[in-house]
Design a protein around this ligand. Structure first.
Ligand SMILES: Cc1cc2nc3c(=O)[nH]c(=O)nc-3n(C[C@H](O)[C@H](O)[C@H](O)COP(=O)(O)OP(=O)(O)OC[C@H]3O[C@@H](n4cnc5c(N)ncnc54)[C@H](O)[C@@H]3O)c2cc1C
Length: 438
């Protein structure tokens, strides 16, 4: 494939992504007039829990699709910090301002209410969401609550070990203090082995642990730190963009990244700083252990979860309607979903938009139609010269409901493409933040 083809494909990826949110709003603006009579009679109360990528996509678009609805976003955070592009922040390629955005701006600009509170329970019979700031009535309730870590495969219920792993060697795959701790670890690293892990199952952002290994190795090289990243992958192969990552691991990083497959950790000796796999004992100077993921405990408590072939705890929903099983007005979308889609921000945002369309259809008395979410994923591999690989995919279901990839496209020729693709990665993030907050 030549450079021109690559350029065309890359441009196509961007166009599809950035057009997504805009197109939906324009379409619905036209519909507002025609649907006004159907929706003006009753103002539906719509509550969305979780102001991440899916919740922000949903809140903005449901308000646009059903203008007379009363939309409330319940989010426990005071402000938004993006996980996408946080690997770049860890090694000083972007500053915190780039990642940080205001929920107040999102809600004012898009005409919905933001309540900074934690959702703690649901009275399903009376349609009431209980939060730390009081009760909220809903006609439609959406949980877009992301993920929690699932340390079980490592700790087998040993809470003391879990506590030590999460505090001393945080994963930094959920926004917050963990990222600050990890950034300090990288900054202060003197020499030796820095261990990172790739979990099994359908974990959050398939590419991010591999990208992080590259960027941390790049940082060590640039700063002349005599260090090696040891990446222990619980899987038997690289999970995504394998050609690109494999060639960079074996190429420019062959002395700075040691990548091990089938490397599920079977024992931690945190005092001696040794982890063991079935095959090796590995000593580390410092580490960040990324465990498996699961749907948040709140969904478990509400009896809205099930086990899947991917993860131990995921939302128990109808994969075509996003409705919680046996419930007609409660939905789950984003990373908490059980489907095998990529647990990524672009996917979650587009799913939020799609679900908004489906709920709007339901309100308007139409039959909601499932539409595929869209995954777009950029991974920056090195910084001087800057190099990036990317992926675009949609999904479909086969006749038995099995998930298939559709329009799947990757660009992994990082050595030769010379596209300056990393600029596209920053443009993608800028566009997505604008879609959520303006
Ligand atoms: C290092 C890293 C790099 C990544 N890179 C990319 C990338 O390049 N591209 C990409 O597309 N994706 C990327 N991702 C993945 C992306 O961040 C997630 O897939 C995305 O955030 C999922 O969106 P979500 O809405 O499902 O969950 P989240 O964004 O996690 O949002 C969930 C929200 O719910 C809130 N919440 C949870 N429970 C409650 C409650 N009970 N009450 C109130 N609020 C609650 C949380 O505070 C949170 O704000 C990356 C992730 C990481 C960690």
């Amino acid at each position: 494939m030549n450079r021109r083809d690559m350029l065309k494909k890359s441009a196509k990826m961007m166009l599809v992504t950035s057009a997504l949110a805009q197109a939906n709003i324009i379409k619905l603006d036209k519909k507002k007039a025609t649907n006004a009579s159907a929706t003006e009679k009753k103002a539906p109360k719509i509550v969305v829990v979780g102001g991440g990528w899916s919740g922000l996509g949903f809140a903005k678009h449901i308000k646009s699709f059903v203008p007379n609805s009363e939309v409330t976003l319940v989010e426990r955070r005071d402000y938004f910090v993006s996980c996408p592009m946080s690997n770049e922040w860890l090694v000083n390629l972007v500053d915190l301002d780039f990642l940080t955005h205001s929920y107040i701006d999102a809600s004012v600009n898009n005409n919905y209410t933001y309540i900074q509170a934690e959702a703690v329970d649901v009275d399903k019979k009376r349609n009431i969401l209980k939060t730390t700031k009081g009760d909220l009535e809903y006609d439609y309730l959406v949980f877009s609550v992301g993920i929690e870590y699932d340390y079980e495969v490592w700790t087998h219920g040993d809470k003391k070990l879990e506590n030590r792993l999460s505090r001393e060697y945080p994963a930094a795959f959920i926004h917050g203090s963990e990222h600050i701790t990890l950034k300090e670890k990288i900054k202060n690293f003197k020499s030796g082995n820095f261990v990172m892990t790739v979990p099994s199952g359908n974990y959050r952002c398939l590419a991010a642990p591999y990208e992080r290994a590259c960027l941390v190795a790049d940082y060590f090289i640039k700063n002349k730190i005599d260090a090696k990243v040891i990446l222990l992958d619980a899987n038997n192969k690289i999970q995504i963009k394998a050609d690109g990552f494999e060639s960079v691991f074996n190429g420019i990083y062959k002395n700075h990244i040691e990548y091990m497959v089938n490397a599920q950790i079977t024992n931690f000796d945190l005092d001696k700083k040794i982890v063991s796999t079935e095959f090796d004992d590995i000593h580390f100077e410092d580490a960040s252990f990324y465990p498996n993921v699961k749907a948040p405990y709140l969904l478990e408590k509400l009896k809205m979860t099930k086990k899947t072939s991917f993860n131990r705890v995921e939302a128990d929903i109808n994969q075509y309607t996003y409705k919680v099983k046996k419930m007609d007005n409660i939905y789950v979308c984003g990373d908490a979903r059980p489907m095998g889609f990529s647990k990524s921000g672009n996917t979650a945002f587009s799913e939020g938009v799609n679900l908004a369309r489906m709920v709007a259809d339901e309100i308007e008395g139409k039959k909601p139609k499932w539409v595929s979410p869209v995954t777009t994923c950029f991974s920056i591999l090195r910084t001087k010269p800057e190099r990036c690989i990317s992926l675009y995919t949609e999904y479909e279901y086969d006749k038995n409901g099995g998930m298939l990839f559709k329009n799947h496209l990757t660009n992994e020729a990082w050595k030769t493409n010379g596209l300056g693709d990393e600029k596209v990665a920053y443009e993608w993030a800028t566009g997505m933040y604008a879609s959520m907050f303006t």
